[in-house]
Design a binder for this molecule. Structure first.
Ligand SMILES: *Cc1c(COP(=O)(O)O)cnc(C)c1O
Length: 378
Protein backbone atom coordinates (compact mmCIF):
# COMPACT_ATOMS: atom_id res chain seq x y z
CA UNK A 1 0.00 0.00 0.00
CA UNK A 2 1.37 3.42 -0.95
CA UNK A 3 1.61 6.12 1.73
CA UNK A 4 -1.37 8.21 0.58
CA UNK A 5 -3.59 5.12 0.49
CA UNK A 6 -2.32 3.98 3.87
CA UNK A 7 -3.23 7.34 5.43
CA UNK A 8 -6.85 6.57 4.57
CA UNK A 9 -7.01 2.75 4.66
CA UNK A 10 -4.39 1.92 7.32
CA UNK A 11 -5.20 0.91 10.90
CA UNK A 12 -8.87 0.03 11.35
CA UNK A 13 -10.53 1.92 8.50
CA UNK A 14 -14.13 0.94 9.29
CA UNK A 15 -15.68 0.35 12.69
CA UNK A 16 -15.90 -3.45 13.24
CA UNK A 17 -19.08 -3.12 15.35
CA UNK A 18 -21.17 -1.01 13.00
CA UNK A 19 -19.36 -0.64 9.67
CA UNK A 20 -19.22 3.13 10.23
CA UNK A 21 -16.69 4.53 7.74
CA UNK A 22 -15.51 7.18 10.18
CA UNK A 23 -14.30 5.59 13.43
CA UNK A 24 -16.92 6.50 16.05
CA UNK A 25 -15.95 8.49 19.13
CA UNK A 26 -16.37 5.90 21.89
CA UNK A 27 -17.04 8.31 24.73
CA UNK A 28 -16.83 5.66 27.40
CA UNK A 29 -14.72 4.84 30.43
CA UNK A 30 -15.72 1.24 31.25
CA UNK A 31 -17.04 -1.89 29.47
CA UNK A 32 -19.43 -4.66 30.46
CA UNK A 33 -17.82 -7.97 31.33
CA UNK A 34 -19.87 -11.17 30.80
CA UNK A 35 -17.94 -12.90 33.52
CA UNK A 36 -14.98 -11.68 35.53
CA UNK A 37 -12.22 -11.05 32.98
CA UNK A 38 -14.43 -12.11 30.02
CA UNK A 39 -14.90 -9.10 27.74
CA UNK A 40 -14.69 -7.95 24.11
CA UNK A 41 -11.12 -6.67 24.38
CA UNK A 42 -11.83 -3.52 26.37
CA UNK A 43 -12.12 -3.21 30.15
CA UNK A 44 -11.38 0.35 31.15
CA UNK A 45 -10.42 3.26 28.90
CA UNK A 46 -7.06 4.02 30.50
CA UNK A 47 -6.01 0.52 29.40
CA UNK A 48 -7.78 0.69 26.05
CA UNK A 49 -10.49 2.62 24.22
CA UNK A 50 -11.73 1.65 20.72
CA UNK A 51 -11.26 5.13 19.23
CA UNK A 52 -7.79 5.46 20.69
CA UNK A 53 -7.06 1.89 19.59
CA UNK A 54 -7.98 2.74 15.98
CA UNK A 55 -5.55 5.68 16.10
CA UNK A 56 -2.84 3.54 17.68
CA UNK A 57 -3.27 0.92 14.94
CA UNK A 58 -3.09 3.63 12.29
CA UNK A 59 0.13 5.23 13.54
CA UNK A 60 1.63 1.75 13.96
CA UNK A 61 0.95 1.05 10.27
CA UNK A 62 2.18 4.46 9.14
CA UNK A 63 5.50 4.07 10.96
CA UNK A 64 5.82 0.37 10.17
CA UNK A 65 6.27 -0.79 13.77
CA UNK A 66 4.98 -3.41 16.19
CA UNK A 67 2.62 -1.33 18.33
CA UNK A 68 1.34 2.24 18.54
CA UNK A 69 0.49 4.35 21.61
CA UNK A 70 -1.44 7.60 21.96
CA UNK A 71 -0.76 10.06 24.78
CA UNK A 72 -2.29 13.30 26.01
CA UNK A 73 0.59 15.39 24.61
CA UNK A 74 3.96 15.04 22.94
CA UNK A 75 5.62 15.63 26.31
CA UNK A 76 3.51 12.88 27.92
CA UNK A 77 4.67 10.55 25.13
CA UNK A 78 8.33 11.50 25.62
CA UNK A 79 8.07 11.15 29.40
CA UNK A 80 6.45 7.71 29.10
CA UNK A 81 9.27 6.57 26.80
CA UNK A 82 11.83 7.82 29.34
CA UNK A 83 10.03 5.78 32.03
CA UNK A 84 11.33 2.68 30.23
CA UNK A 85 14.70 3.54 31.81
CA UNK A 86 15.92 3.25 35.40
CA UNK A 87 17.60 5.54 37.86
CA UNK A 88 21.30 5.64 36.97
CA UNK A 89 20.70 5.16 33.24
CA UNK A 90 22.15 7.70 30.83
CA UNK A 91 20.79 8.92 27.50
CA UNK A 92 22.71 10.76 24.78
CA UNK A 93 20.49 13.34 23.10
CA UNK A 94 20.51 15.78 20.19
CA UNK A 95 21.63 19.18 21.47
CA UNK A 96 18.94 21.40 19.98
CA UNK A 97 16.00 19.20 20.93
CA UNK A 98 12.60 20.75 21.53
CA UNK A 99 12.82 23.06 24.58
CA UNK A 100 10.30 21.03 26.55
CA UNK A 101 12.31 17.86 25.99
CA UNK A 102 15.43 19.59 27.31
CA UNK A 103 13.42 20.82 30.30
CA UNK A 104 11.90 17.47 31.25
CA UNK A 105 15.32 15.80 31.07
CA UNK A 106 17.22 18.46 33.02
CA UNK A 107 14.60 19.59 35.54
CA UNK A 108 12.32 16.60 36.13
CA UNK A 109 13.74 13.24 35.07
CA UNK A 110 17.21 14.14 36.38
CA UNK A 111 15.64 14.26 39.86
CA UNK A 112 14.63 10.62 39.36
CA UNK A 113 18.18 9.72 38.40
CA UNK A 114 17.83 9.57 34.61
CA UNK A 115 20.93 11.27 33.26
CA UNK A 116 21.39 12.93 29.89
CA UNK A 117 24.10 14.51 27.78
CA UNK A 118 23.29 16.80 24.85
CA UNK A 119 25.52 16.71 21.77
CA UNK A 120 25.45 17.66 18.11
CA UNK A 121 24.06 14.37 16.81
CA UNK A 122 24.41 15.49 13.19
CA UNK A 123 28.06 14.54 13.75
CA UNK A 124 28.19 10.77 14.38
CA UNK A 125 31.69 10.91 15.90
CA UNK A 126 30.51 13.45 18.47
CA UNK A 127 27.51 11.23 19.15
CA UNK A 128 29.62 8.12 19.70
CA UNK A 129 32.11 9.94 21.95
CA UNK A 130 29.28 10.88 24.32
CA UNK A 131 28.39 7.22 25.00
CA UNK A 132 29.24 6.18 28.57
CA UNK A 133 29.24 2.80 30.31
CA UNK A 134 25.76 3.53 31.74
CA UNK A 135 24.31 4.87 28.46
CA UNK A 136 21.14 3.03 27.47
CA UNK A 137 19.77 5.03 24.55
CA UNK A 138 20.39 7.55 21.78
CA UNK A 139 17.61 10.11 21.48
CA UNK A 140 17.60 11.84 18.11
CA UNK A 141 15.44 14.70 16.97
CA UNK A 142 15.74 15.27 13.23
CA UNK A 143 15.29 17.72 11.63
CA UNK A 144 15.71 19.88 14.71
CA UNK A 145 13.79 22.77 16.05
CA UNK A 146 14.66 25.57 15.15
CA UNK A 147 17.99 25.10 13.33
CA UNK A 148 16.83 22.28 11.05
CA UNK A 149 19.94 20.21 11.67
CA UNK A 150 19.66 16.68 10.33
CA UNK A 151 21.02 13.53 11.96
CA UNK A 152 21.79 10.40 9.94
CA UNK A 153 19.21 8.05 11.50
CA UNK A 154 20.65 4.90 9.93
CA UNK A 155 24.17 5.83 11.07
CA UNK A 156 22.96 6.62 14.59
CA UNK A 157 20.99 3.36 14.78
CA UNK A 158 24.08 1.39 13.69
CA UNK A 159 26.10 3.08 16.42
CA UNK A 160 23.38 2.24 18.91
CA UNK A 161 23.36 -1.44 17.89
CA UNK A 162 27.14 -1.60 18.22
CA UNK A 163 26.86 -0.33 21.81
CA UNK A 164 23.58 -2.20 22.56
CA UNK A 165 21.55 0.97 22.98
CA UNK A 166 17.96 1.78 22.11
CA UNK A 167 17.49 4.34 19.30
CA UNK A 168 14.66 6.81 19.86
CA UNK A 169 13.67 9.34 17.17
CA UNK A 170 11.42 12.38 17.52
CA UNK A 171 9.86 12.45 14.04
CA UNK A 172 7.56 15.43 14.62
CA UNK A 173 9.03 17.66 11.89
CA UNK A 174 9.09 15.10 9.09
CA UNK A 175 5.96 13.13 9.99
CA UNK A 176 5.47 9.48 8.95
CA UNK A 177 4.55 10.76 5.50
CA UNK A 178 8.14 11.85 4.73
CA UNK A 179 10.30 9.77 7.06
CA UNK A 180 10.06 6.36 8.77
CA UNK A 181 12.85 5.98 11.34
CA UNK A 182 11.99 2.33 12.13
CA UNK A 183 12.78 1.37 8.53
CA UNK A 184 16.18 3.05 9.08
CA UNK A 185 16.92 0.97 12.19
CA UNK A 186 15.33 3.00 15.03
CA UNK A 187 13.57 1.16 17.87
CA UNK A 188 11.15 3.84 19.00
CA UNK A 189 9.67 6.71 17.01
CA UNK A 190 7.60 9.44 18.62
CA UNK A 191 5.63 12.51 17.60
CA UNK A 192 4.09 15.60 18.98
CA UNK A 193 0.86 14.93 17.08
CA UNK A 194 -0.16 18.46 18.07
CA UNK A 195 1.81 19.57 15.03
CA UNK A 196 1.52 18.22 11.46
CA UNK A 197 -0.34 15.01 12.33
CA UNK A 198 -3.28 16.91 13.84
CA UNK A 199 -2.53 19.77 11.49
CA UNK A 200 -5.36 22.15 12.39
CA UNK A 201 -4.25 23.77 15.68
CA UNK A 202 -7.09 22.11 17.53
CA UNK A 203 -5.61 19.20 19.50
CA UNK A 204 -2.67 18.49 21.82
CA UNK A 205 -1.46 14.87 21.55
CA UNK A 206 1.53 12.57 21.38
CA UNK A 207 2.12 9.30 19.52
CA UNK A 208 4.73 6.57 19.90
CA UNK A 209 5.49 3.49 17.80
CA UNK A 210 7.87 0.75 18.94
CA UNK A 211 9.50 -1.95 16.80
CA UNK A 212 9.47 -5.02 19.08
CA UNK A 213 7.03 -7.00 21.19
CA UNK A 214 9.27 -6.52 24.24
CA UNK A 215 9.22 -2.71 23.90
CA UNK A 216 5.48 -2.91 23.18
CA UNK A 217 4.87 -4.81 26.40
CA UNK A 218 7.09 -2.49 28.44
CA UNK A 219 5.63 0.73 27.07
CA UNK A 220 2.08 -0.56 27.47
CA UNK A 221 2.89 -1.25 31.10
CA UNK A 222 4.14 2.36 31.54
CA UNK A 223 1.20 3.86 29.64
CA UNK A 224 -1.35 1.92 31.67
CA UNK A 225 0.50 2.53 34.95
CA UNK A 226 1.12 6.26 34.57
CA UNK A 227 -2.08 6.97 32.63
CA UNK A 228 -1.23 9.88 30.34
CA UNK A 229 -3.57 8.58 27.61
CA UNK A 230 -5.30 10.49 24.82
CA UNK A 231 -9.08 10.88 25.08
CA UNK A 232 -11.47 9.54 22.43
CA UNK A 233 -12.46 12.94 20.96
CA UNK A 234 -8.85 13.95 20.45
CA UNK A 235 -8.04 10.50 19.06
CA UNK A 236 -10.80 11.00 16.51
CA UNK A 237 -9.48 14.44 15.54
CA UNK A 238 -6.07 12.91 14.84
CA UNK A 239 -7.55 10.12 12.72
CA UNK A 240 -9.33 12.78 10.70
CA UNK A 241 -6.21 14.92 10.44
CA UNK A 242 -4.13 11.99 9.23
CA UNK A 243 -6.41 11.39 6.23
CA UNK A 244 -5.13 14.63 4.65
CA UNK A 245 -1.57 14.45 5.98
CA UNK A 246 -0.13 13.61 2.55
CA UNK A 247 -1.94 16.41 0.73
CA UNK A 248 -0.99 18.86 3.42
CA UNK A 249 2.68 17.89 3.56
CA UNK A 250 3.04 18.13 -0.23
CA UNK A 251 1.47 21.57 -0.27
CA UNK A 252 3.41 22.80 2.80
CA UNK A 253 6.56 21.95 0.89
CA UNK A 254 5.51 23.62 -2.37
CA UNK A 255 4.82 26.85 -0.47
CA UNK A 256 7.99 26.55 1.59
CA UNK A 257 10.27 26.22 -1.44
CA UNK A 258 8.87 29.45 -2.89
CA UNK A 259 9.34 31.29 0.40
CA UNK A 260 12.89 29.98 0.86
CA UNK A 261 13.77 31.27 -2.61
CA UNK A 262 12.38 34.68 -1.68
CA UNK A 263 14.24 34.78 1.66
CA UNK A 264 17.55 33.86 0.03
CA UNK A 265 17.30 36.94 -2.15
CA UNK A 266 16.21 39.36 0.56
CA UNK A 267 18.91 41.85 1.71
CA UNK A 268 17.70 41.89 5.35
CA UNK A 269 17.97 38.10 5.71
CA UNK A 270 21.49 37.01 6.64
CA UNK A 271 20.98 33.27 6.94
CA UNK A 272 18.35 30.74 5.87
CA UNK A 273 18.08 27.31 7.51
CA UNK A 274 16.24 24.74 5.37
CA UNK A 275 17.37 21.12 4.76
CA UNK A 276 16.10 21.32 1.18
CA UNK A 277 18.84 23.81 0.31
CA UNK A 278 21.87 22.27 -1.40
CA UNK A 279 24.02 24.55 0.75
CA UNK A 280 22.54 23.07 3.96
CA UNK A 281 25.37 21.08 5.62
CA UNK A 282 23.20 17.97 6.01
CA UNK A 283 21.36 18.24 2.68
CA UNK A 284 22.59 14.92 1.27
CA UNK A 285 21.57 12.86 4.27
CA UNK A 286 18.24 14.71 4.50
CA UNK A 287 17.57 13.75 0.88
CA UNK A 288 18.48 10.11 1.48
CA UNK A 289 16.44 9.44 4.59
CA UNK A 290 13.32 11.51 3.99
CA UNK A 291 11.17 11.88 0.90
CA UNK A 292 10.49 15.56 1.59
CA UNK A 293 12.05 18.50 3.40
CA UNK A 294 8.94 19.78 5.14
CA UNK A 295 7.50 23.17 5.86
CA UNK A 296 9.73 24.59 8.59
CA UNK A 297 12.23 27.34 7.86
CA UNK A 298 14.34 29.48 10.16
CA UNK A 299 16.15 32.63 9.13
CA UNK A 300 18.20 35.30 10.78
CA UNK A 301 17.23 38.94 10.46
CA UNK A 302 20.20 40.17 12.46
CA UNK A 303 18.68 41.62 15.62
CA UNK A 304 15.85 41.44 18.11
CA UNK A 305 14.49 44.75 16.71
CA UNK A 306 14.32 43.41 13.18
CA UNK A 307 12.71 40.20 14.43
CA UNK A 308 10.12 42.22 16.35
CA UNK A 309 9.34 44.34 13.29
CA UNK A 310 8.65 41.20 11.32
CA UNK A 311 6.62 39.50 14.05
CA UNK A 312 4.34 42.42 14.74
CA UNK A 313 3.67 43.39 11.13
CA UNK A 314 2.74 40.15 9.41
CA UNK A 315 -0.92 39.68 8.62
CA UNK A 316 -1.10 36.01 7.66
CA UNK A 317 1.78 34.66 9.73
CA UNK A 318 0.32 34.44 13.23
CA UNK A 319 2.67 35.03 16.14
CA UNK A 320 2.22 31.82 18.11
CA UNK A 321 3.96 28.80 19.55
CA UNK A 322 3.53 25.48 17.77
CA UNK A 323 3.91 24.53 14.12
CA UNK A 324 2.63 22.26 11.41
CA UNK A 325 -0.88 23.63 11.02
CA UNK A 326 -2.85 24.81 8.00
CA UNK A 327 -2.31 28.42 9.09
CA UNK A 328 1.17 29.94 8.84
CA UNK A 329 2.83 30.65 12.16
CA UNK A 330 5.83 32.77 13.09
CA UNK A 331 7.92 32.76 16.26
CA UNK A 332 11.21 33.83 17.80
CA UNK A 333 12.60 30.66 19.36
CA UNK A 334 14.92 32.55 21.75
CA UNK A 335 12.00 34.16 23.54
CA UNK A 336 9.32 31.53 22.96
CA UNK A 337 9.76 27.77 22.34
CA UNK A 338 13.39 27.82 23.51
CA UNK A 339 13.06 30.33 26.36
CA UNK A 340 13.53 27.49 28.85
CA UNK A 341 17.07 26.96 27.51
CA UNK A 342 19.60 29.19 29.32
CA UNK A 343 20.82 32.19 27.26
CA UNK A 344 24.50 31.13 27.16
CA UNK A 345 23.47 27.76 25.83
CA UNK A 346 21.13 29.32 23.24
CA UNK A 347 23.93 31.49 21.88
CA UNK A 348 26.23 28.47 21.81
CA UNK A 349 23.66 26.70 19.66
CA UNK A 350 23.05 29.63 17.27
CA UNK A 351 19.54 30.40 18.50
CA UNK A 352 20.14 34.16 18.33
CA UNK A 353 17.74 37.00 19.17
CA UNK A 354 17.36 37.69 15.45
CA UNK A 355 16.44 34.12 14.57
CA UNK A 356 12.89 33.82 13.29
CA UNK A 357 11.16 30.52 12.70
CA UNK A 358 8.22 30.12 10.38
CA UNK A 359 5.86 27.22 9.93
CA UNK A 360 4.60 27.65 6.39
CA UNK A 361 0.88 26.98 6.15
CA UNK A 362 -1.43 26.27 3.27
CA UNK A 363 -2.38 29.81 2.28
CA UNK A 364 -1.49 31.06 -1.21
CA UNK A 365 2.30 31.35 -1.49
CA UNK A 366 2.09 34.76 -3.20
CA UNK A 367 0.15 36.18 -0.25
CA UNK A 368 2.65 34.72 2.22
CA UNK A 369 5.64 36.17 0.37
CA UNK A 370 3.98 39.57 0.10
CA UNK A 371 3.23 39.39 3.83
CA UNK A 372 6.89 38.85 4.77
CA UNK A 373 8.04 41.46 2.23
CA UNK A 374 5.70 44.09 3.70
CA UNK A 375 6.64 43.32 7.29
CA UNK A 376 10.40 43.37 6.58
CA UNK A 377 10.20 46.76 4.88
CA UNK A 378 7.86 48.26 7.47
C1 LIG B 1 5.88 20.38 20.24
C2 LIG B 1 6.95 19.40 20.24
C3 LIG B 1 7.09 18.47 21.29
C4 LIG B 1 6.18 18.46 22.49
O1 LIG B 1 4.88 18.13 22.13
P1 LIG B 1 3.54 18.67 22.87
O2 LIG B 1 2.46 18.06 22.07
O3 LIG B 1 3.60 20.17 22.81
O4 LIG B 1 3.60 18.20 24.28
C5 LIG B 1 8.10 17.52 21.19
N1 LIG B 1 8.95 17.51 20.14
C6 LIG B 1 8.86 18.40 19.13
C7 LIG B 1 9.83 18.32 18.00
C8 LIG B 1 7.87 19.38 19.14
O5 LIG B 1 7.79 20.25 18.14
Amino acid sequence: MKKKTQLIHGGIPTDPQTGAVSTPIYQVSTYKQDEVGKHKGFEYSRSGNPTRHALEELIKDLEGGEKGFAFGSGMAAITAVMMLFDSGDHIVMTDDVYGGTYRVMTKVLNRLGIQSTFVDSSNLDTLEKAIQTNTKALYIETPTNPLLKVTDIKGAAELAKKHQLVTIVDNTFSTPYWQNPISLGADIVLHSATKYIGGHSDVVAGLVVVNSSKLAEDLFFVQNSTGGVLGPQDSWLLIRGIKTLGLRMEEHEVNTKKIVEFLLNHPKVSKVYYPGLETHPNHEIAKQQASGFGGMVSFDVGSEENADRLLTNTKYFTLAESLGAVESLISVPARMTHASIPVERRNELGITDGLVRISVGLEDAEDLIQDIENALSH
